[in-house]
Design a protein. Sequence first.
Length: 182
Amino acid sequence: MIDNVIQEYWQPIVESYRRGETALPLYMGLNQNGYDALMLAMGIELAMGLESIPLSREVEEKLQLRLELMNMRVSELEELERLLVESLNSDVVLGSEMVTVLASACLGSQHLWRDLGMPERPRLTALFRDYFPSLHASNNRNMRWKRFLYRQLCENGGDYVCRSPSCEECASYSECFDIAAK
């Protein structure tokens, strides 16, 4: 199971991160020790943290900038993490790390699967099924994941604007829901 989870979910995220193709900040949103532990769990040995990862200067600068931007949205990040923790499958490997990485990716500007570095949306849906089963079950209309999470925050009394009181009447319905997947 551990190898499957790492190969199916973590491998594409880490590979995309290392190429600078995610919205994740420095250390994927984890602290350096958490990041190093994640790399070790994946079989990637790091002797000196980030310095031992072959990243271009441009990628390093992007990661640092994303970290600074994330630090300006700490309360939003914490709310996302709380929402994810409430649904976390306690039996899944690297669960707390996934909470942090996923919440950090939510602060990006594209679809969550892209901000996270996943190859396609169905894999992100499978990740939610395995890591966050109650959130997966709640998204019974196949709403786009980032919009779904923010809608959950809105419904839980967060300071987020719910754009439409009735999704079916909203002009952006097709942008939020994956109609083709049904």
